[in-house]
Design a protein around this ligand. Sequence first.
Ligand SMILES: Cc1ncc(COP(=O)(O)O)c(C=O)c1O
Length: 341
Amino acid sequence: MHILDFRSDTVTRPTPEMRAAMAAAEVGDDVLERDPTLERLEDRVAGLLGTEAALWTPTGCMANLIALSLHLERGDRFLAPAQAHVLGSELGTGAWFAQGMPEPLAWEGGPGRPSPEQVLRIAGTPGPYYTLRSALLCLENTHNFAGGTCTGVSEHRALVEAARSRQLRVHLDGARLWHAAVSTGGTLADLAWGVDTVSVCLSKGLGAPMGSLLCGSREAVAEGRRLRKMLGGGVRQGGIMAAAGLVALDHMPRLAEDHEKARRLAEGLRGQGLPAPVPETNIVLVPLPRPAEAAARLEGVGVRVLPVGKALRFITHRDLGPSDIDSALERIGPLTMELSA
Ligand SMILES: Cc1ncc(COP(=O)(O)O)c(C=O)c1O
């Protein structure tokens, strides 16, 4: 049976075009000097995000960790929307390595988002010397565990302005900022307006085998390069990976197809009586009473999904075609009573 893998948009395989670009990549030693293809990728992504510079990292976790380490000192706390990747899915590195005290913010501004008033209220004003200092607001767009929800340009601006008025720095985990741009029509630069740093991932939806970029000022990136080396992320002929990343960037407009597939999937699931919301991007979270058991049941019919909290998570991506959505719905249909019970 052909397995339909909806676990993540990271399961995609590099395209023949990517593999050819990797084979032909011009390379150098990026620790001793600069790898020319990595440099080209960094310059291109900095241009897209409207920042002075960008730094390639092997993973999104490393890009976020470098950012938090740049912005936090002992005795600082950082605010992030509840269930943000930096809070629950990066093994506490924001606390034990970057040394920040995490403060989850309930989603008062909408799914996956704090409100500007909440940022003002919770950041507060500096207290006596023995109190924690609020130093950083860490946003996430799209918000993975809220179901791929977007923060639009004006909401983003209001959040950054609120943080700034309390002297907070701002990092944006934009692992799927591409999806937010395609869904909202905002440019990447506008969606990253005013932040100190923003991380983006080439391996989520765009199809690259690996690679993220941390974008910010020249100084932030220069210091980030030191931190990357400290973490073991200084690679040599990284142009091999960067070449795939450059091809991946050309695929951004086709994310709209993944969003359409997610909409069709959710509609089909609703038609079968399952409580699938209308997705904003490529993630469909279906709340179910026993998600782990439901995932095991779907695995039995070749539909692979992840239980996430109290829901099943389906993510659409380029390696699933429109007919795969129909096949998934056909396989799920006979099980819906059982899944909902
Ligand atoms: C929102 C978000 N940030 C960061 C990451 C981490 O990326 P990586 O798996 O490349 O470390 C992920 C991974 O899925 C993510 O969804």
